[in-house]
Design a protein around this ligand. Structure first.
Ligand code: GLV
Ligand code: MN
Ligand code: MN
Length: 419
């Protein structure tokens, strides 16, 4: 694929745009790129070409992450990993994930064109399932790399009933080897992720980039409510056990609990499906998700406990069956203070005042923190909009981010030389 020839931030943005349509999207007329889908494979193929052009040696690890390696003067030194994810949410924007990968490729491309090698290898890694939009778990592939993925976590099926093992086999990976993607402790010196902010703070302050201090803790549940399907015209109201009406009451309770917490706690029901799904049939079964987050894990857990308590009592009062499963639990993840200082210095070097901010969104960095120190750079996005086709990044901001990343890599090289 041929993309705007000028290398740098604008090309990174143009490449994300190019990946926003078929065959790099699994749906026509919008972007959805699920882990191990045909669109995922097509995006990996395009990215592999771009990595090769940037002077990298490309491989795919056992978790189907694409990795481009640019050796340093000491190939045995621990590597700097630069990455983000290639998958997207359903009907998502073009930059959440891919921009961090494309900027990593541009950073290496700049070093390569200048004939420069750092004292350490640089690897650009494109993770597979940060969003959890296909299988009911997120960040499987970064957890595999970080060595924190339990084998039981791989026993999953997507909404169509396709197991992760079968999807992997179709894409050429062996589920039995998935966790071999684990990097040896000490083999990675740091993980750097650039990402759109997905919030309005940088834009409000007129800043192109900011240094992330840490990532909020996340919890996700799957809730299954069962009632009794029945005739919508003949079943009198007192006799009903309506799973959808029960779920509606639960969803409003979830919203109320998060609002009345009056903190940074957020709770979301982002997906709901009712069965049998007909206008003249009372819903007998409803399946929905809950996502709860806070920068403070104790607050998150307290809100989640209150939510579960309320859901149980609604189900009991309405005579509904209830199954609750915790499908995702990630602790808050602070970024590394020394690397944040280097990032701030690089931001100043690029001509902007440093600005630190916390991430309410989850990122592969929060998983990679179990393996190595992490650092993140946020990039302004228009109106703070994300997880939406209207996501927009100014190519000039991507150029600032690239400048900062190159400055950061230089700073890291200097500190490496003095260590
Ligand atoms: C990923 O974007 C998440 O925060 O859920
Ligand atoms: Mn996202
Ligand atoms: Mn993301």
């Amino acid at each position: 694929m041929v993309i705007a020839p000028a290398p740098g931030g604008p090309r990174a943005v143009a490449r994300c745009d190019a990946l926003g349509v078929a065959p790099y999207s699994d749906t026509p007329g919008g972007l959805y790129r699920g882990y191990l889908t045909p669109a995922y494979g097509a995006a990996q193929a395009a990215l592999a070409d771009w990595m090769v052009q940037a002077g990298m040696v490309v491989s795919r690890d056992p978790a189907a992450n694409l990795v481009g390696r640019y050796d340093g003067t000491d190939p045995a030194a621990p590597a700097l990993l630069i990455g983000s994810h290639l998958d997207s949410v359903r009907d998502g924007g073009c930059y959440d994930g891919p921009l961090g990968v494309m900027l990593g490729v541009e950073a290496v491309d700049a070093l390569h064109r200048a004939g420069r090698r750092m004292p350490f290898p640089i690897e650009v890694i494109a993770f597979g399932d940060e969003e959890g939009s296909r299988f009911p778990a997120a960040m499987l592939t970064s957890r595999a790399v970080a060595g924190t993925l339990p084998a039981v976590a791989l026993d999953l099926a997507d909404g169509e009933g396709v197991t992760l093992a079968d999807a992997g086999a179709d894409a050429g990976i062996d589920i039995a080897r998935f966790r071999d993607a684990a990097r040896a402790p000490g083999s990675v010196m740091a993980y750097l992720e650039a990402h759109i902010e997905q919030g309005p703070l940088l834009e409000n302050e007129g800043l192109a980039v900011g240094t992330v201090t840490g990532i909020a803790a996340q919890l996700r549940y799957r809730v299954q409510v069962s009632g009794m399907a029945g005739h919508a015209g003949t079943t009198s109201m007192p006799l009903r056990r309506d799973a959808l009406a029960g779920a509606a009451e639960m969803i409003l309770a979830i919203e109320r609990i998060a609002i009345t917490d009056q903190s940074d706690v957020v709770a979301t029901v982002g997906r709901i499906a009712g069965k049998p799904g007909a206008a003249n049939v009372i819903a007998g079964h409803v399946d929905f998700t809950i996502d709860v987050r806070s920068g403070d894990p104790a607050r998150r857990d307290c809100a989640a406990d209150a939510i579960l308590h309320e859901i149980r009592s609604i189900a009991e009062r309405r005579g509904l069956g209830l199954q609750l499963a915790r499908v995702h639990d990630l602790p808050a993840s602070p970024c590394d203070p020394a690397l944040m200082d280097l990032m701030d210095a690089a931001v100043i070097g690029a001509g902007q005042r440093p600005r630190r901010l916390v991430s309410g969104a989850g990122h592969d960095a929060m998983v990679m923190a179990a393996l190595c120190p992490t650092v993140m750079l946020f990039i302004r996005c228009r109106d703070g909009i994300s997880h939406n086709p209207a996501e927009h990044v100014d190519p000039a901001d991507a150029e600032v981010a690239l400048d900062v990343m190159l400055g950061f890599i230089d700073q890291l090289g200097a500190s490496f030389a003095h260590a």
